[in-house]
Design a protein around this ligand. Structure first.
Ligand code: FAD
Length: 293
């Protein structure tokens, strides 16, 4: 099933994101987390592609296939096009198609630190149009409530979002953010721009200080005072930081759902315990929202 149909059927789409193990780790090390995440029964699970250049490409396809075919949960395979030829992309799409994976999250990918990029695609719109031509995949695209880190012109990312919609994306998933007001302001601007596609906010519960520092470095997400206090207070107490992180993410999600968000995409960091606890906290809200006309 295409995820776009889920957005048509449900008021709220609830999904998880995982990343494949690094190439020097056995693929099987993620099987048990996937098993546990599947038992929570999210609407779909997405699998990242080579984030930070650390995963072998085919692992994304293999895990997307496992989620879909073994666990019977819809999967979304992330796909980046930076430095890729059309032939590279075709091979991956063929593999996904052969494995009955029906959805991809089409991204440009980060520019390598060398700055050297050769390939057939300049940005994600070109990838979206290319996948759209095949006409056999649902297509998600990335959105940046605080602006993409490379974007110098204020609100230019709204233009880019419109291009992605016109190129054939079905819905957007956002980069993580910790201040919901940033997301609401973004939604207002998106509406003014005439963009109609559903936007699924991405939420990442903080688990440790290093994780948050790396995330902020890559995404440029701003941190509210309340959040900084939590990090500073509990950075050396793993359990306390985890509990405070779950409580913060729960509050964030409750507010997003109550404000009418079309979905929640949970960056699970491959940690089923956190996903389970968080889902238990909000399960009745999801049920309530989805039981309405
Ligand atoms: P684009 O939409 O192409 O935009 C990239 C930059 O180019 C922006 O600054 C934009 O303003 C500019 N731009 C775009 N189009 C134009 C144009 N026509 N003219 C001028 N400027 C333009 N990365 C991974 O490597 N693997 C993953 O699995 C992964 N998963 C992600 C999941 C989500 C939900 C998100 C939000 C991001 C993910 N990323 C992943 C990170 C992503 O690859 C980077 O943020 C990347 O730098 C941008 O990708 P994009 O598709 O959003 O790029």
């Amino acid at each position: 099933m295409r995820i776009k149909n889920l957005f048509e059927e449900k008021n709220l789409v609830y999904s998880f994101e995982i990343f494949p193990p690094r190439p020097n780790y056995p693929l099987e090390s993620i099987y048990s987390p996937i098993d546990e995440l599947s038992q929570i029964n999210p609407d779909y699970i997405s699998v990242t592609y080579g984030a930070g250049g650390s995963t072998q490409n085919n692992r994304t396809a293999m895990l997307s296939s496992l989620i879909k075919n073994k666990h019977q949960i819809e999967s979304v395979a992330h796909l980046t096009c930076i430095g890729a030829t059309r032939d590279n992309i075709d091979k991956i799409l063929d593999e996904l198609e052969a494995n009955k994976v029906e959805n991809v999250l089409a991204l440009r990918g980060d520019i390598p630190s060398s700055g050297l990029v050769e390939g057939d695609f300049k940005n994600s719109q070109e990838l979206i149009s290319y996948i759209k031509e095949r006409d056999n995949f649902g297509i998600a695209a990335g959105a940046y409530p605080e602006g993409h880190i490379e974007t110098k012109v204020k609100d230019f990312d709204l233009e880019v979002l419109k291009y992605k919609e016109e190129a054939g994306a079905d819905y957007f998933v956002t980069q993580l953010f910790y201040d919901n007001n940033v997301f609401y302001e973004f939604l207002n601007k998106v509406e003014q721009k005439g963009i109609k596609l559903p936007i699924q906010p991405g939420v990442m519960p903080v688990i440790n200080k290093r994780q948050i520092e790396r995330t902020i470095e890559l995404s440029g997400a701003s941190l509210p005072e309340k959040f900084i206090k939590i990090i500073n207070k509990y950075e050396h107490d793993k359990l306390a930081l985890r509990d405070a992180g779950i409580a913060y993410a729960t509050e964030q999600i409750v507010d997003l759902i109550s404000s009418g968000a079309r979905g929640i995409h949970l960056y699970t960091m491959n940690n089923p315990t956190i996903a389970k606890t968080l889902t238990a906290n909000i399960k009745s809200l999801i049920k309530s929202v989805n039981s309405r006309e």
